[in-house]
Design a protein around this ligand. Structure first.
Ligand SMILES: [Zn+2]
Length: 644
């Protein structure tokens, strides 16, 4: 490591004006012979951070931060000592003395490559403004990125012409071996020439923590594989050790912004545009240990943290399958590294959404709601270990307990591990005293048909006991309406009897009535279906045990005020439309529960089987939503149907 003579350091401090250097990073106002501002190292509203140019130091009366220009640069910009010196020397117009010829050479070499990468960035930026880049530009505009935003993120375009970059950089005096060294070009296998690594792609420059471009990400225009391509690793770039957005995110904590890890370039850009400057993304891989450590280094030191605030980075992943898998891997990666001051939270986006699409469709409020719901590590761990498990028998509980313990044991910090263990034990004890309501029984064959009309997709859902909760009020209302429809219009049974037979209601007296209805209908010839006979049978006949309460409850204003189409005097056609609409919503809600369970199962065990189950459920969900839209489009009684 370089050492610097005291004389050199003194001269450096002498040549720089402290308030000028600090004034570039935060707002300072004059206060007598000093300057003051809000401290960048702790969270405050009234300034207690003072800068004294005569004495050449800064001091914060709030958190005690104190130092000179070098210390400020190191701490504020997250630079090492030699980096800070290097940086400040260039601002002071001084050249840094180098220890050895070898170091000098390495330093010059690095400078040269950084310069080359910077010129390539400019080339790509220029190409985006050229006619060749028109399509790329309109693609970016189409994704909501204004000209100004394109410039801010230094977006560019790599033209289809595989020689254009080489010609340009050669003309500027750069050599092919250097271009090869940083992965800008490749050598042709069958010919003696070279060609550009990125062709016909939108270019995202990737900067190191000092803001210097060290690599590029390229998104293909139109169809083509791979969709995203990153520079290969080289002397200045190791994709597992860098995060996209790093240089900007360094200031996030000091400004009260959370660090948010998302999946892709576009997500980072969308978040920064929405004001979340702490957005970062790994570079096409799952989050590595190095990247997690890098994240934690961006946080203020413990002494400068506001104890009311949760600083832990939020790992935020797309709701799609790749996203769920990445989140699970990120958590596995993080567990061993957790300490009381180094932890993380996890936020899941709605299925099919990423931060970019969510912000566009629903705005900042929707994103903030997702971030506010970020789960602490202990909850994430709990979900991962118990997803999709049955916990009915002692053996099943023992297995679940073991799985949880195993996860907890991955934590290396002993005191934290102990606290996790205590918490998990407490939750297990509470969980095992939990008894499922009887009405949560599944139908006997445990197979459902979610879609009629020929599609007839069946599956065997794996139901976690955790996923079955008390029925929601909406669910209970739907059960009530379905029963009223069947009671007042028994001929519906011909078409929808299978629906009614295939489910179990969650409200006990509704479930009793459902079973009686199914028994009655299957026992009598269909042509004699008659509402009055049915009512007599249920209220007076052999089947009357326990029914009257359900009957009078169901056939009441409490039902009809929400669903007029269920009234006895409505036409059979109105009743049919009503059934379809309510049934669809009922299935959507059930399916949503199964989807969540399947999602957790997939976290736990990302096997092909679990993946195909999850995807099949998603498809069914989309199918139902589509059917539901179609119904609304052609539904005369939609106001009423919508209430339920
Ligand atoms: Zn302070």
């Amino acid at each position: 490591m370089a050492t610097f003579s005291p004389a050199f350091l003194d001269e450096l401090r002498e040549r720089l004006t402290l308030s000028e250097i600090i004034g570039k990073r935060l707002k300072l106002t004059r206060a007598g012979r000093e300057f003051k501002g809000c401290c960048p190292f702790h969270n405050e509203k009234t300034p207690s951070f003072y800068v004294n140019d005569d004495k050449k130091f800064f001091h914060c009366f709030g958190c005690g931060a104190h130092g000179d220009v070098i210390g400020f640069t190191m701490r504020h910009d997250g630079q090492s000592f030699p980096e800070a010196i290097e940086n400040l020397a260039s601002q002071a117009g001084m050249s840094v003395p180098k220890d050895t010829p070898v170091e000098r050479e390495r330093y010059d070499r690095e400078k040269q490559l950084i310069n080359l990468l910077e010129r390539a960035t400019v080339f790509f930026e220029d190409q985006l403004r050229e006619p060749a880049g028109r399509e790329a530009r309109s693609y970016l505009l189409g994704r909501g990125l204004s000209d100004e935003a394109q410039r801010r993120f230094r977006l560019g375009y790599a033209p289809t012409d595989a020689q254009a970059l080489i010609r340009k950089l050669t003309a500027e005096g750069f050599t092919l071996p250097d271009m090869l060294a940083v992965g800008l070009i490749k050598k042709a296998e069958d010919r003696p020439d070279h060609y550009s690594f990125f062709r016909n792609r939108v270019i995202f420059p990737v900067a190191d923590r000092r803001g210097q471009t060290v690599a590029f990400g390229g998104r293909v225009m139109g169809e083509g594989e791979p969709k995203y391509l990153n520079s290969p690793d080289h002397a200045l770039f190791h994709k597992g050790k860098l995060l996209y957005g790093l240089s900007r995110a360094r200031g996030a904590s000091a400004q009260g912004q959370p660090l948010i890890v998302v999946e892709g370039y576009m997500d980072v850009i969308a978040l920064v545009e929405a004001g979340y400057i702490g957005a970062l993304a790994p570079l096409g891989t799952a989050l590595t240990e190095d990247q997690l450590t890098l994240l934690w280094k961006l946080l203020p030191p413990e002494s400068a943290r506001d104890p009311q605030r949760d600083y832990s980075p939020i790992l935020c992943f797309d709701g799609d399958n790749a996203g769920i898998r990445a989140a699970a891997r990120g958590v596995e990666r993080a567990l061993p590294l957790l300490t009381p001051t180094q932890t993380a939270r996890v936020a899941y986006l709605p299925a099919g959404e990423d931060p970019d699409s969510l912000l566009k469709a629903s705005g900042r409020g929707a994103m903030q709601a997702i971030l506010d719901q970020a789960k602490p590590m202990v909850d994430v761990l709990w979900d991962l270990a118990l997803a999709g498990r049955r916990l009915q028998t002692p053996e099943e509980r023992a297995t679940a307990t073991k799985a949880l313990r195993q996860k907890v044991s991955a934590i290396r910090d002993e005191s934290l591990k102990k606290l996790y263990q205590d918490e998990v034990d407490k939750r297990l004890a509470a969980l095992f005293h939990w008894t499922p309501p009887t009405a949560q029984k599944r139908p006997q064959n445990d197979r459902k048909t979610y879609s009629k009309d020929g599609k007839n997709t069946t599956f065997s859902p794996s139901i976690s006991p955790l996923s079955r909760r008390q029925p929601s009020p909406a669910q209970a209302l739907r059960e009530r309406v379905l029963l009223a429809l069947m009671l007042n219009h028994p001929s519906l049974f011909q078409d929808f009897g299978d629906d009614l037979a295939s489910i179990g209601f969650s409200t006990p007296h509704f479930e009793a009535l459902r079973q009686q209805l199914v028994h009655y209908f299957t026992a009598i010839p269909h042509e004699t279906l008659d509402a009055a006979a049915l009512y007599r049978h249920l209220s007076l006949g052999d089947g009357a045990k326990g029914a009257p309460r359900g009957l009078t409850d169901v056939l009441s204003e409490a039902t009809y005020m929400h669903a007029g189409f269920a009234r006895p005097d409505r036409s059979i056609e109105q009743a049919r439309q009503g059934w379809k609409s309510i049934w669809n919503k009922y299935l959507q809600e059930q399916l949503q529960i199964d989807l969540q369970a399947a999602g957790r199962l997939w976290h736990e065990d990302p096997s092909d089987l679990n993946l195909s189950r999850l995807m099949s459920l998603r498809q069914q969900m989309e199918g139902l939503a589509q059917e539901s839209d179609d119904q609304v489009a052609g539904d005369g009684d939609k106001d009423l149907a919508h209430t339920v």
